[in-house]
Every structure is written in structure tokens, then in C-alpha cells.
Design a protein around this ligand. Structure first.
Ligand code: EPZ
Length: 416
């Protein structure tokens, strides 16, 4: 176990590069199960969650290099079961269900349990696969699915679920006939997956809109792909620069994917300028209070809610932050209050009254993005902040302390 020791109050300056996106790499690696052929992956981030999906694919019999670029080949699938001990560490393991079922006609995946940020059921994944003709039962905590073959059909998603859309889109690539996904997720990670599948020979239209049409094909080939930049990592570091009163440049950052985040940061007074090969961030003299409501893409991402709240803790007024995606995503509030923040939770909203300064304190990380908001608050706070249980951070941020140090932060990782 490890924690971060942060001495706050230093404006961040300098230049860093944004890594590949965790939430694009996970479904794209699961897609390797759809073909016998080799797939070459560039820009794969070194994260705990990537390590977990690699372990899972190896368990299913997939061959994998240890090189960069990463080479993956699912020539033969020797095991069709995603075990509890792996799925419970990363619920995105559910992304192997669609590809296994589509290619092999059978899959057994541990049902993901509850999560710190909400119940997070996978009923829409299962309903969609059943509508495609799969026979699905829940047995001893496992989803057992089988189908001689999947049939294309029209599926209306009650909620534009991200991994649900990805799972069903992957399954539909090898189904008989045409599948129409209605109220589909529009996230850039869904679009990146669709692009990869099309490079493998899949027939897909409408990705990035709320209606995706997939015409099933006989088989898919290998490809060479690159993981898109991580918009949530970029957004997190934009807040880091803004909250410390700094100025910095990010390379390998895709601004198109950050529309809503940039709009809200600009409302808060942050200057964000496109420059050759990246973006420049300039903090405001005074952080303006700004209201935010999390929504599916292209709305404001729930994965940036906690980080934006940290910024609003130091604003010049009152901000209302409303969480519409997950029912329990305010775990960071109590920890931020330990640092002197003034926040009142009222149902799905948090009323954040800006304070002149935050004070360093020992705090505990509870989930990936909540822990990022505590690091950001610690960077701005007076004195020392200790963020415990940073394994949550390692799941989604590549070498966070090294990147922050490159921007001049005083941060140390210490074993506990
Ligand atoms: C993806 O999770 C991301 N994870 C999450 O990022 C992100 O917070 C989330 O999308 C929303 O943007 C990955 O891409 C690996 P959803 P996912 O299905 O797909 C409900 C991070 O910090 N729902 O779009 O699991 C669900 O409970 C992580 O990197 C059902 O009710 O999210 C939630 O309220 C955290 N039934 C809403 O839909 C279902 O079958 C949206 O969830 C599926 C979802």
C-alpha cells in the first residue's frame, strides 16, 4: 500500500504529455477476442486496470507480448470463464462477455458486484444479448450465456450505457443480420472502438450518434490501432493547473473530446488555448463559481465531477454540482470538508460555497476520481496533505506523481 505526501501552494508550470485513455483501451483490448488474428496496440497506458484486463485475456488463452506496441492474438480461446477474483477488482471485465459469446457461442462471466459510486447493474447488457437470441442464466454469482449464433435485432437502451453499448456493438459484429442500437452511448471511447472494429472488417454506421447500425459479418481480421488520448486525465490536470494558479502545456491532448469540460473551465475563468501539438492552460486570478450537471456525452462527464468540485471549493461564490449518472458519487465531499471546504449535499446536488483557502490534512481515497479530487485539493492547500489508499489512483492515472512533479509539484509516493 502507498500514499501521497503533498506540500501544497505551488503554482504548476511546465509541459506534460497525456497518456492513452483507460476507458478506450479496455474495450479495445476485449475486442481482440473477436478474431484469431494479431492486433497491434499503440499508446496503451500503463495502469492497474490495463494490467487486470491483460491478466483476464491471458486466462482465456490469449497470447500477448510484453512489448510496446502491445501485440495480442486470440488464436484459440481455451477458457470461457472470467473469474470472480478478477471481475471484482475491475467491473469493466464484463466487456469480454459480448465478444466471447459472439465468437465462441458461450461465455461465463462473474456478475460484477456493487461499487463505491453506485449499484451499477449490467441488466441492459444482458437484456440486449438476450434480445439477440442468447440464453442467459445467473448461477452462483456467474452470468452463464450461450447461443448457437447471435441474431441481429433492434435494441433500445433505457440508459445510454457506455460499456453496454460497447459490449453489444462488439457482439453484433459477428451476429447474423443487422443490429440497431437505439439510445446508444456517444462517448469518444465508443467511437474509437467502432473505428477499430471497422478496421478489422466490421460494418458499422452511426457511431458517435444515439443510433448505431451494425451489419454482422462472417469473420474479423487483425489490425494495428492506437489508443486515443485520455480526456479525463487531461481534464484532471487542467484543474490541477487552474486550482494552483499555474500555467502549463499538454501534448497529445484531444480538445474535441473535452467540449463540456473546457466550456465549464472557461466559465470558471480558466484560459485554454489550442497550440501546435496540444493545449495551453492558464489559471485565472480569481476562480469564478460555476454550476455543473453531469450528463452522458457530450454533456459534462461524471468522471470530472469530483475534480471540478475541488476547484469550486476555492471559487469566489456558490456553485451547485449535480450528479445525474451515479447515485453515490459524492464520497469525496467529507474528505474535502476535512480540508476546510464548505459543501452541503442536498439529494443529487452538492452546494459548494467557495472558501479563501484549504488546509492540508490526512485524507482517504475511496474511488478513482474522488481520489484525484483530493490530490488536486492537496496541491492547492496550505501545508501538508496525505492521501491514503492511492491504489485507486493507479487504476486510472499513469505515473501521476511523476507528471505532477514535472509540473513542479511537491509530491512524494511513500509506502505505508
Ligand atoms: C463507463 O462505465 C466508464 N467506465 C465509467 O468510468 C464512467 O463513469 C461511465 O461510463 C459513465 O460515463 C468505462 O468505460 C470502463 P454506464 P459504465 O453503463 O459503462 C446505469 C472511471 O472513473 N446502468 O454508462 O459502467 C448505471 O448504473 C469510470 O473511469 C444500468 O442501470 O457506465 C449508471 O447509473 C467510473 N444498467 C448509468 O447507467 C446497465 O446495464 C451509466 O452507466 C448499465 C448501466
Amino acid at each position: 500500500m502507498a500514499k501521497f505526501i503533498i506540500r501544497g501552494g505551488k503554482p504548476l508550470n511546465g509541459e506534460i504529455a497525456i497518456s492513452g485513455a483507460k476507458n478506450a483501451a479496455l474495450p479495445m483490448l476485449a475486442a481482440s477476442l473477436l478474431t484469431k488474428e494479431r492486433i497491434v496496440y499503440h499508446n496503451v497506458p500503463q495502469l492497474l486496470d490495463i494490467f487486470t484486463i491483460k491478466k483476464l485475456l491471458l486466462k482465456l488463452g490469449v497470447n500477448m507480448s510484453e512489448t510496446d506496441p502491445l501485440i495480442v492474438q486470440a488464436e484459440r480461446i481455451t477458457n470461457h470463464c472470467a473469474p470472480y477474483e478478477l471481475v471484482r477488482t475491475m467491473r469493466a471485465s464484463i466487456l469480454v462477455l459480448g465478444p466471447l459469446l459472439a465468437r465462441e457461442g458461450k461465455a461465463c462471466v462473474s456478475l460484477p458486484g456493487g461499487c463505491a459510486i453506485g449499484a451499477r447493474p449490467v441488466d441492459l447488457h444482458l437484456r440486449g444479448l438476450s434480445e439477440m437470441g442468447a440464453d442467459i442464466v445467473l448461477e452462483k454469482g456467474y452470468i452463464k450465456a450461450k447461443a448457437k449464433y447471435l441474431k441481429g435485432t433492434e435494441i433500445y437502451l433505457d440508459i445510454p450505457t457506455v460499456t453496454g453499448t460497447e459490449n453489444l456493438m462488439m457482439a453484433a459484429t459477428l451476429a447474423k443480420g443487422e443490429t440497431v442500437l437505439k439510445n446508444a452511448a456517444r462517448e469518444p471511447e465508443v467511437v474509437a472502438l467502432a473505428k477499430m472494429l471497422k478496421d478489422m472488417g466490421a460494418e458499422i454506421k452511426g457511431e458517435g450518434t444515439d443510433t448505431i447500425v451494425i451489419k454482422g459479418v462472417e469473420g474479423l481480421s487483425g489490425t494495428i490501432c492506437s489508443i486515443i488520448p485520455d480526456r479525463i486525465e487531461a481534464g484532471t490536470y487542467m484543474v490541477a493547473v487552474a486550482i494552483t494558479g499555474g500555467r502549463a502545456r499538454f501534448k497529445n491532448c484531444c480538445l474535441e473530446h473535452l467540449g463540456a469540460v473546457i466550456k465549464k473551465l472557461k466559465e470558471a475563468g480558466v484560459k485554454i488555448t489550442k497550440v501546435s501539438n496540444g493545449v495551453e492552460i492558464l489559471a485565472p486570478k480569481e476562480i469564478k463559481s460555476t454550476d455543473v450537471t453531469t450528463l452522458p456525452y457530450p454533456g459534462f462527464p461524471t468522471d470530472m465531477q469530483a475534480q471540478f468540485m475541488a476547484l469550486m471549493c476555492l471559487s469566489n461564490g456558490v456553485s451547485v454540482i449535480t450528479e445525474r449518472i451515479f447515485e453515490n458519487r459524492f464520497m469525496h465531499v467529507l474528505e474535502l470538508k476535512r480540508m476546510g471546504a464548505d459543501i452541503k449535499i442536498d439529494g443529487a446536488s452538492a452546494v459548494v460555497r467557495g472558501v479563501p483557502k484549504l488546509m492540508g490534512a490526512p485524507v482517504v481515497a475511496t474511488d478513482l476520481r474522488a481520489s484525484a479530487s483530493l490530490v488536486l485539493a492537496g496541491l492547492a492547500a496550505e501545508g501538508i496533505t496525505e492521501v491514503d489508499r492511492i491504489y485507486h489512483l493507479d487504476r486510472g492515472y499513469e505515473k501521476m506523481e511523476l507528471k505532477l512533479k514535472a509540473l513542479g509539484a511537491e509530491i512524494e509516493r511513500v509506502a505505508v
